[in-house]
Design a protein around this ligand. Sequence first.
Ligand SMILES: C[S@@+](CC[C@H](N)C(=O)[O-])C[C@H]1O[C@@H](n2cnc3c(N)ncnc32)[C@H](O)[C@@H]1O
Length: 274
Amino acid sequence: MTDLSHPTLPGALPDKRQVAASFSRAAASYDSVAALQRAVGVALLDQIEHADAPARWLDLGSGTGYFSRLLGERFAGAEGVAVDIAEGMLRHARQAGGARHHVAGDAERLPLRDGCVDLLFSSLAVQWCERFASVLSEARRVLRPGGVMAFSSLCVGTLGELRASWQAVDGLVHVNRFRRFEEYQRLCAGSGLEVVDLERRPHVLHYPDVRSLTRELKALGAHNLNPGRPSGLTGRARLQQLLQAYEQFRQPQGLPATYQVVYGVLRKPMSEGR
Ligand SMILES: C[S@@+](CC[C@H](N)C(=O)[O-])C[C@H]1O[C@@H](n2cnc3c(N)ncnc32)[C@H](O)[C@@H]1O
């Protein structure tokens, strides 16, 4: 994930092949630990409650296909397309149904023709894309005039407790980087799509201990993939320091992990025949 507040960080972005491999490996474990992803995707679906029924919808970064299934139920009769960069996720999603087509592809270069999508839904996927501007430009290209894009993503502040705890231990990059919310605002405003709604809402999860959190991130395929991340095993002493540092955040419910979630609804202007 990319914190574009440092746009010139060379080589500081996760490699797409690594992202795809990590999510493919996580396909079997993902659904059992995806509570936040479920809550966010459902909240995003609520935001398009009153959207016109699409003839064709796209679930971009569809993962195991949980939301493809919900979209398929909500828009019975419409043609659903699921796109993901991870073949392992697509294999999993294909078995579960929901979308009619399952296509391997990159959100920054969609393997779809111009103007063929009425509704583009994308939950918690585009934070993995280096160039969000390209994602928006591709969305604008594949949407038909009047078509809607609803996306959720993560921004700076996400996993801030874990980042700060590691910072206290060794100052290294142990947590994925995220774009600033202001960057989402700027890029959406300049996308040529009409911004219907763009907001940031925190979701806080609680864990009994740090290991439960890091185990979950790994099972999701969302553990730290940044180049420059510390390699190898974490020594016992450093781990102990991390656990101690994280304790300062403890609340009665447990150790908090904050996710700063961006929700956006954009529409392609009717006047655009592209
Ligand atoms: C956290 S999962 C979310 C899955 C699903 N949308 C959900 O909410 O359950 C992120 C998904 O985005 C996919 N992804 C990451 N980068 C992508 C890209 N550039 N293009 C398409 N999919 C991508 C990953 O392979 C993974 O399946």
